[in-house]
Write a protein that binds this ligand. Structure first.
Ligand SMILES: O=C(O)CCC(=O)C(=O)O
Ligand SMILES: [Fe+2]
Length: 215
């Protein structure tokens, strides 16, 4: 088991404990880890250029580290974009849409993007926790109450992933896809148009994607 898996499992345990579910289970959903290295090229001088479009993660959760070349930004709840600078020894943990769904909206999948400026390429390493095939994302009954009525129907993670990459899914703002796909009270709507420009500077430099473990 890799150190990154240990970190992810520790965070899962902290989440379960914080909801009083630690006694019942020691993992949230069965996942495999997908490791991916990304390179974002330095933009033409003086430009501020998109490296990765704004999105919420479709994987269950993500542990990310970088080479201290800034570029990662996150959106606050009031719509402001802030830069995130990681120290050399730190990792960031992103709540993905499926973890938000499991927690019945108690955990917030923050929207993030990469914007490049300056003179150095950026490299990042992501360890994406991907639910194993056939996993149904379902809120435990303990997380549904009057304050938090159920917001999503249970769904197959693979079906959601396929939807998010479909033409219909791509026309919807990333953060809303899961609500359109599985929302209980949300009407199916495509009014959130996802905008993209062809001038992105992301390049998957070393797409070494392999399953490193089964948890
Ligand atoms: O490379 C980064 O800094 C962010 C990557 C990311 O958000 C993703 O791949 O989902
Ligand atoms: Fe992401």
């Amino acid at each position: 088991m890799t150190k990154l898996d240990e970190l992810k499992d520790m965070i899962d345990m902290m989440i379960l404990d914080s909801y009083g579910l630690g006694e019942k289970s020691n993992s949230i959903v069965p996942c495999k880890t997908l490791l991916q290295v990304m390179k974002y090229s330095t933009p033409p001088s003086g430009e501020y250029m998109k490296g990765l479009q704004a999105h919420t993660d479709k994987q269950f959760s993500t542990v990310l580290c970088d080479d201290q070349v800034s570029g990662l930004e996150f959106e606050t709840k009031d719509g402001q974009w802030n830069k995130l600078s990681l120290s050399p020894s730190s990792f960031i943990f992103f709540v993905g849409d499926p973890l938000m769904a499991w927690s019945n909206g108690r955990m917030h999948p923050v929207k993030h993007r990469v914007m490049m400026s300056g003179e150095k390429d950026r490299y990042s390493l992501g360890a994406f926790a991907v639910p194993v095939e056939g996993t149904i994302i379902k809120t435990p009954k303990e997380l549904v109450d009057e304050e938090y009525p159920q917001i999503l129907k249970e769904f197959d993670h693979m079906d959601f992933t396929k939807f998010s990459y479909s033409e219909e899914g791509r026309a919807i703002d990333s953060a809303r896809q899961v609500f359109v796909f599985a929302g209980i009270s949300t009407l199916r709507t495509t009014s959130w148009i996802f905008r993209d420009t062809p001038n992105s500077c992301i390049e998957i430099f070393y797409f070494h994607s392999h399953w490193v473990s089964e948890c």
